[in-house]
Design a protein around this ligand. Structure first.
Ligand code: SAM
Length: 224
């Protein structure tokens, strides 16, 4: 059975200007690549003008999970990133319906954002159900990569963590294979219940199909 094309089937429109101003940014790949400094740093200070813990989700789709987190932690800030715009339009509707003031969605390729994240600035990174893309010609599009882990090792605060969930055994194995190169990242196997406060659309979808969901809580430990 295929993995589905849910974002393509969404019937949503771009947010009206007032909501876009409040919740949505679009950072085009060519500009991020050639002139990255035209974009603010991906930090609570840079994006919300606040000194607060920031959680970042790579591949947030419709923001279901991140909005649930943002509701439970009003003093913290949350940024969801997705390479496809349509699900983010739904994410904006969700944030607006809950009148959230601590969340923002960025339409961008996460792989081009790593360089805009300051050192020791993130409380958490959420990487739940990233696309497996394990065929040779897709491998450089993977979010599970040495670049992403180098970003996590550098950008997470000591004690901060990367929450990783996947239904794909080969992707889980790849994450485990890459981690030893990053000694400040310590991974503990964690059940989906321990890692996720709430089951997203994809979480429910893969669980309903009987797939085994594996998780890691990858903590950034203090050096020395
Ligand atoms: C299977 S969905 C998972 C959504 C969500 N994390 C969840 O748990 O329900 C994977 C998402 O990753 C996004 N994605 C894939 N590659 C990306 C990239 N390079 N940058 C940002 N988002 C990406 C896809 O567009 C898709 O919305």
């Amino acid at each position: 059975m295929g993995r589905g094309r849910y974002p393509a089937r969404l019937h949503v429109s771009p947010p009206p200007p007032a909501l876009a101003e409040r919740y949505f940014r679009s950072w085009p790949a060519h500009a991020l690549y050639h002139t990255p400094t035209q974009f603010p740093p991906l930090s609570a200070e840079g994006l919300f003008g606040r000194d607060a813990p920031l959680t970042l989700e790579f591949g947030c789709a419709t923001g279901e999970y991140l909005c649930a987190l943002a509701m439970t932690q009003p003093a913290a800030c949350f940024v969801g990133v997705d390479i496809v715009a349509k699900p983010l339009y739904r994410a904006v509707e969700r944030a607006a319906a809950a009148n959230l003031t601590n969340i923002l969605f960025i339409h961008a390729d996460a792989r081009l954002l790593y360089q805009r994240i300051p050192d020791a600035s993130l409380a958490a990174i959420i990487l739940h159900f990233p696309p497996p893309l394990l065929r040779n010609r897709q491998r450089n599009q993977l979010l599970v990569s040495p670049h992403m882990l180098a970003c996590a090792a550098r950008a997470l605060l000591p004690g901060g963590y990367l929450s990783f969930l996947t239904d794909h055994p080969a992707l889980f194995a790849l994450m485990q294979e890459l981690l030893p190169a990053f000694p400040t990242l310590r991974a503990q196997p964690a059940s989906p219940d321990e890692l996720a406060i709430f089951e997203s659309h994809y979480h429910r979808r893969w669980a309903a199909r009987g797939r085994n969901i594996s998780g890691l809580r990858i903590e950034r430990v203090a050096v020395g």
